[in-house]
Design a binder for this molecule. Structure first.
Ligand code: SF4
Ligand code: SF4
Length: 666
């Protein structure tokens, strides 16, 4: 029990701590509220369960860097449990309240949890601090040329050190205090580690043991009270904001689904994000959730190939800006332009919109979304975009495809094949959305021809739109030209709604993504699948004959917009396996796949300056695996991988899954 003087000090400190914490929390609330739009509040119970599962399982953290993540998990679990421990210790010290010590399973388990997790936190924290000062030097560095807030480099290090030492101090003293308590009262089998330590003090006089328990209490609980206001200001606020981020993220059909801009609304004069307040509330929460772990930077194909884009630095810069100017911002002052403090223009155009940063982030941040919003602002407000894109835009505007092929010739690839148009077969089971590349690009046309053979071999009742089909608008949208996307999407949805397709199959993951996830906002709700999914289905229905030959060796490259953005991983692999080929994995595969370099409109422009081309970085993996063929499921990947193979003078053939399946049928 505390003395009266101690109790007065405790109350005084608690009130002071709560007051300063309130001031910071209230300021952060006003900062977040300055963001555009609303946070997601639908299905709150489901969201709360999801956020709790993510927090308790630490599954998003454990996806990468397993050992440090495990150490982090022990710290997170232990620190959370310590909320309970601190309350129980406070009640014991203040009112003499104790849980029954013996023969009460709840009380016993509580003490066992506190004991085990104390040790878990201490070991985990020491491991994390050691990592920071050893390999951490490399992991937490940024390439020259990346825009990083000048205070961030040292700030992150100091912040980690302060919080790490505080956790060691707080948990260490609580553990010590408990060991002094057990030395006085006798060992407790439900607290094995504290009991073991208590043996060291068992010869000390009782007065000394009581004094040490008081010191232990003040070091453990008192340090928390002193630390709370700083805690909210530090990057460790992610303990609260990571679950909040998962709780309030707007619901989306896919990680890459962008919000619609209604260009029919004439009151709109500015688009995208030029300043912090133009980002959504969820995007501002991202800054407070960021652990500054650089996992997204490691996964980013642009950073990996030497460009000046670091998605981590973007979030960190937002946070450091808010630490510095958050007070004024909360009061309504406009922020500085994002291009001044958050990210450089060169970095903005280096993004391939691959989604790797979103997929890998342990706290649910979406740096890609910020970048695409900034592109929208540059393109739509300032007409400022890489000029090579102009050619593709003109083609999409005038001919309905970025290759500028006349719509009348859009079905030339199908000459000599049985490919009915919707006029010839008005009620098909499957409407095949061919896509611009398979319809117009000489190499990709072979994919379309192979798929037509497969559909006919399986007796599928299908039709294509022919010259009525126009570009889905994916490249325009990812490159920031949402006005062009709006026009294309509106026209395509009108066409499709007249046709009323039962199911749509696309030969391009970018079309799949756009039609399935982004056309609903335009009134187009369809069941859309990728051609590898349909092939897999046809095999399963026995409409295609499985080939037992396991002769040829194929490695499969997961297209970002098929895998990460739309969760289709198994179908292409199963289709290949059923076609009789042995499928190998590239080192980076499934959700961890590496971009081909064409997404985000990069297909139509030169890459930003770096140390390597993205497609060559990826193709080198295929060369290391050493298979005859690299299988792809996307016409953009086909172009990029074929080019990389030529540049690297490789013999590896690049083929679409449909081509390999069609060959096996022959
Ligand atoms: S979307 Fe891909 S390229 Fe863009 S920032 Fe994220 S990881 Fe990097
Ligand atoms: S955005 Fe996510 S992955 Fe990137 S540094 Fe922050 S917490 Fe880590």
């Amino acid at each position: 029990m505390l003395t009266l003087i101690e109790k007065i000090i405790f109350v005084f400190l608690s009130l002071g701590s709560a007051y300063f914490a309130y001031l910071t929390a209230e300021r952060i609330y006003r900062i977040v509220r300055r963001g555009a739009g609303a946070v997601g509040l639908d299905e709150l119970v489901k969201r709360a369960i999801n956020a709790t599962i993510i927090f308790v399982s630490q599954k998003t953290v454990l996806k990468k860097r397993f050992l440090p993540s495990l150490a982090h998990a022990f710290v997170a679990w232990g620190f959370t449990y310590y909320l309970l421990v601190n309350i129980a210790d406070g009640l014991r010290a203040f009112f003499g309240f104790t849980l029954p010590d013996e023969n009460n399973i709840v009380s016993n388990l509580y003490r066992l949890g506190a004991d085990l997790l104390s040790l878990g936190v201490l070991v985990g924290m020491v491991a994390l601090l050691l990592r920071r000062v050893t390999v951490g030097r490399k992991v937490f560095a940024y390439r020259e040329g990346v825009k990083v807030h000048p205070k961030a480099i040292n700030g992150i290090k100091h912040d980690s050190l302060i919080v790490g030492l505080f956790i060691l101090f707080h948990v260490g003293w609580r553990f010590l205090g408990e060991s002094f308590h057990l030395a006085e009262k006798g060992i407790d089998t439900w607290q094995p580690f504290a009991s073991l330590l208590s043996l060291v003090w068992e010869t000390l006089p009782t007065d000394t043991l009581i004094l040490m328990q008081h010191i232990g209490f003040w070091c453990a609980i008192g340090s928390i009270l002193l630390f709370v206001p700083y805690f909210l200001y530090s990057k460790h606020i992610h303990i609260f904001f990571a679950p909040i981020n998962y709780l309030l993220k707007p619901k989306r059909l896919s990680i890459g689904q962008l919000d619609k801009i209604n260009f029919d609304d004439e009151s709109l004069s500015e688009f995208g994000a030029t300043r912090l307040e133009h980002l959504s509330q969820a995007q501002i929460i991202d800054a407070y959730s960021c652990i500054m772990c650089n996992r997204c930077q490691d996964a980013c194909p642009a950073y990996e190939t030497g460009k000046v884009l670091s998605p981590a630095a973007l979030e960190i810069n937002k946070r450091y800006y808010l630490n510095e100017f958050g007070g004024e911002f909360a009061k309504g002052k406009e922020s500085a332009p994002l291009l001044e403090f958050a990210i450089s223009e060169e970095a903005v155009w280096a993004c391939t919109a691959c989604g790797a940063c979103v997929e890998v982030c342990p706290v649910g941040n979406e740096p890609m979304r910020d970048i695409l919003e900034i592109r929208r602002a540059l393109t739509l407000n300032e007409n400022n975009f890489p000029q090579q894109l102009q050619q593709a835009y003109k083609g999409m505007e005038r001919q309905g495809n970025p290759w500028s092929v006349a719509p009348e010739t859009r079905l030339d690839w199908a000459k000599g094949l049985n490919v009915p148009t919707i006029e010839q077969n008005a009620e098909p089971e499957i409407l095949w959305w061919v896509g611009c590349a398979p319809a117009t690009d000489a190499r990709a046309q072979k994919t379309a021809q192979a798929f037509a053979k497969i559909l006919n071999a399986a007796g599928v009742n299908f039709a294509v739109l022919g010259k009525m089909e126009r570009c889905s608008g994916d490249s325009a949208r990812r490159a920031g030209n949402d006005a062009l996307f709006f026009e294309l999407a509106t026209g395509n949805v009108e066409t499709l709604n007249e046709v009323k397709p039962k199911r749509i199959v696309t030969t391009c993951p970018h079309c799949l993504h756009t039609l399935a996830n982004e056309y609903p906002a335009f009134g187009g709700n369809y069941t859309v699948i990728h051609h590898t999914q349909l092939i897999d289905e046809l095999y399963a229905q026995g409409k295609l004959k499985t080939n037992p030959n396991k002769g040829s060796n194929v490695a499969f490259h997961d297209p970002c917009y098929l895998g990460r953005h739309n969760g289709v991983y198994d179908s292409p692999r199963q289709a290949l396996a059923r076609a009789g080929v042995a499928v190998s994995e590239l080192p980076r595969h499934h959700a961890n796949s590496f971009c081909c370099g064409a997404g985000g409109g990069q297909m139509w422009k030169e890459e930003e300056h770096g140390t390597e081309r993205v497609n060559e970085n990826r193709f080198k993996e295929a060369m290391k695996v050493g298979k005859d063929t690299l299988a792809v499921g996307c016409p953009f990947c086909m172009v990029m991988m074929t080019d990389a193979g030529k540049n690297l003078k490789s013999e590896i053939q690049v083929k679409d899954v449909a081509e390999i399946v069609a060959e096996s049928l022959e």
